[in-house]
Design a protein around this ligand. Structure first.
Ligand code: ADP
Length: 482
C-alpha cells in the first residue's frame, strides 16, 4: 500500500496566503464575535488595522440598521446550524462609508471539536453592485423613454414578453397595461391580428423595417394597416430588454395617398377631352380666319396651340404616373431591333433641334419589349440631353452589348449642365427636379425620369446616370437581348 506524503506547512505559510488575498477581508472572532485576527485584505476593505480592531466586536462592521435587526447574531447562528452562513449586504467601513460585500461565515473548532469562534471571509463587491445599479439605471432610463413616447413603441425581454411599452401602444391595440405586462408579445397581438409574419421576421432577422401587418377592426369591418420595425438592442445587458419595436398606423396616410392618386387620375382624364376640344376649335379658327388673319392673330393662335400641347403632354404624363402607381400598366411585348427604334426617334428629334446626334457604337440585337414604352424612355432621355445642354451641340448615343450578361445598354451622353452626385438618385423620384441653377429656367414636370424608371423596371431592366458635375451627363438603361 502506498502512502501519500502531504507537505507540512508552517503557520506562517497560512498567514502569508491570507495576507496575499488583498480583495478578501478574512478575520476570526471568538465565540462571542470578538475579533481575534485580521488580515491585510480586511484592513484594505474595512479600513481598520489589526491592532485596533482585535478585541472589539465584529458587529462594528455592520450598518446601524443591520445591528438593530440583529443581523450579525443571525449570521453566527446560521453558521452554527448549517455549517456556514452566507449573505450579501452593505457593510460599514471605519470612516462610516458603506460598501456592498458578500460574506461567508464558518464556525471554528479546536482539535477536540469544541466550538471556539468564527471566521468570516468578506469580499468587496462594490464594483459589481455599481455595475448592477448602472444596468438598473439604464433599464429605468430606457423604460422611461419608451413609456413617455408618443409613438406606439415597446421593449421586449429576451423571452419576447413585454418589458415596457408606451401608452399609445396600449391604445393602438386596445390593451390594459397591467393585464399584458410580462405576457408574450405574440399572445398579446393575436387578440387583434395575425402575428405570424412578424414572428417569422423576428426569428430570421436581428432588425427590419416597415413590415406590413393588417389589423381588422371589430366594430367597423375596416382594416388598419400597421408598419412594424424591430431592432435587437442591449445585447450585453439582457435584463434591460432585447428587442425594440415600433408600430406605425399608416391607414390614414395610405387613404390620403389613394385619394391623391384618384384625384390625379380623374383630373387628368377629365382634362384630356376639353384640351383636345380647345385644340380642334383653335385649328378650326385658324382655317376660318385664313384670309382675314393678320400677324398678331396668327401669333395668338400659335400660342394657344403651343400651350394646349403643353397641357396635353402634362395630362398624358399624369395619367401614366397614376397608372404605374396603381400597377395598372400592361406591356405589349414583341421582338424588335432596338437600333431601328433609336434611329427613328433620333431622326424625328433632330428635325427640330440644333443638336447633332452621333451614333458611336451600334448593334442590331433584338429585344423583347413594349416598343412604344421603350420609345417613350428613349425620347425622354434624348430630349432631356438636348434640353439640359443648351450650350453644347452634340449628343452621343451608344448601343453596347454585354455578351456574358446577354444585355444591351443604350447610353445617351450630353455635354450639358451635369448633375451633382447628391441629386442623381433623387431625380428618378416623382416630380423631382435638380436644384442646378441653370436648370431652374428650363421647362419640365419632373415626371419623365420617374416614368422611364418604372417602364424599364417593368421590363426587369435597369436605368441609371453617370455625371461628374460640370462635364455633362450620361443616362443609360439595360435590357435583356433575345
Ligand atoms: P423634366 O425634365 O420634365 O423636369 P425628368 O424627370 O425627365 O423631368 O427629369 C428630372 C430632372 O432631372 C430634370 O428636371 C433635370 O433637373 C434633371 N435632368 C434630367 N436629365 C438631365 C440631363 N441630361 N442633364 C442634367 N439634368 C438632367
Amino acid at each position: 500500500m502506498s502512502t501519500i506524503n502531504y507537505p507540512q506547512f508552517s503557520l506562517d505559510f497560512h498567514k502569508n496566503i491570507l495576507e496575499s488575498l488583498e480583495d478578501y477581508g478574512v478575520f476570526t472572532t471568538d465565540k462571542h464575535g470578538i475579533v481575534t485576527s485580521w488580515n491585510k485584505g480586511a484592513e484594505n476593505v474595512l479600513g481598520y488595522v489589526e491592532q485596533e480592531i482585535c478585541g472589539q466586536s465584529a458587529r462594528i462592521i455592520f450598518t446601524d440598521e443591520d445591528r438593530k435587526n440583529e443581523i450579525p447574531e443571525h449570521e453566527f447562528t446560521e453558521a452554527m446550524e448549517k455549517g456556514r452562513g452566507q449573505d450579501e449586504r452593505y457593510h460599514q467601513r471605519k470612516d462610516g462609508s458603506l460598501f456592498w460585500a458578500s460574506g461567508l461565515v464558518f464556525p471554528l473548532y479546536d482539535n477536540d471539536q469544541n466550538h471556539i469562534g468564527f471566521t468570516k471571509i468578506l469580499r468587496n463587491l462594490s464594483n459589481r453592485k455599481q455595475a448592477e445599479e448602472e444596468v438598473l439605471e439604464a433599464r429605468k432610463y430606457a423604460q422611461s423613454i419608451v413609456e413617455t413616447s408618443k409613438e406606439p413603441i415597446l421593449i421586449l425581454n429576451a423571452d419576447l414578453s413585454i418589458n415596457s411599452a408606451s401608452k399609445s401602444f396600449f391604445n393602438l391595440f386596445n390593451l390594459d397595461k397591467q393585464e399584458v405586462e410580462n405576457l408574450n408579445l405574440f399572445e398579446v397581438l393575436s387578440r387583434s391580428l395575425d402575428p405570424q409574419a412578424l414572428k417569422e421576421q423576428m426569428q430570421s432577422y436581428d432588425s427590419f423595417e416597415n413590415l406590413e401587418l393588417i389589423q381588422p377592426q371589430k366594430q367597423t369591418d375596416e382594416e388598419h394597416i400597421l408598419l412594424v420595425s424591430s431592432r435587437k438592442v442591449f445585447q450585453t445587458f439582457k435584463s434591460i430588454g432585447q428587442f425594440l419595436l415600433t408600430f406605425e398606423d399608416v391607414t390614414s396616410a395610405r387613404k390620403l395617398e389613394q385619394a391623391k392618386e384618384d384625384f390625379m387620375n380623374i383630373a387628368s382624364h377629365e382634362l384630356k377631352t376639353p384640351i383636345s376640344v380647345i385644340r380642334s376649335y383653335t385649328q378650326l379658327l385658324g382655317l376660318e380666319l385664313k384670309e382675314k388673319s393678320n400677324d398678331r392673330v396668327s401669333k395668338i393662335l400659335k400660342r394657344i396651340l403651343h400651350q394646349s400641347d403643353h397641357l396635353n403632354k402634362l395630362t398624358s404624363l399624369l395619367l401614366d404616373v397614376s397608372a404605374f402607381n396603381a400597377g395598372n400598366i400592361s406591356l405589349n411585348k414583341a421582338p424588335f431591333v432596338l437600333l431601328e427604334l433609336v434611329l427613328e426617334i433620333a431622326a424625328e428629334i433632330t428635325e427640330n433641334a440644333n443638336h447633332q446626334i452621333i451614333l458611336q457604337e451600334i448593334s442590331d440585337v433584338r429585344v423583347m419589349a413594349d416598343r412604344s414604352r421603350i420609345a417613350q424612355v428613349i425620347t425622354n432621355l434624348i430630349t432631356n440631353a438636348i434640353k439640359y445642354s443648351p450650350d453644347a451641340d452634340i449628343i452621343n448615343l451608344n448601343l453596347q452589348v454585354d455578351d456574358s450578361k446577354k444585355t444591351v445598354r443604350l447610353s445617351v451622353q450630353d455635354y450639358g449642365i451635369g448633375i451633382s452626385l447628391k441629386n442623381q438618385q433623387e431625380l428618378f423620384k416623382r416630380f423631382s427636379r435638380s436644384n442646378h441653377k441653370k436648370a431652374r429656367n428650363i421647362d419640365g414636370f419632373g415626371m419623365g425620369l420617374y416614368l422611364s424608371q418604372e417602364i424599364i423596371k417593368a421590363h426587369r431592366g435597369q436605368i441609371s446616370v453617370i455625371s461628374e458635375g460640370e462635364n455633362g451627363s450620361t443616362f443609360y438603361f439595360d435590357l435583356d437581348v433575345i
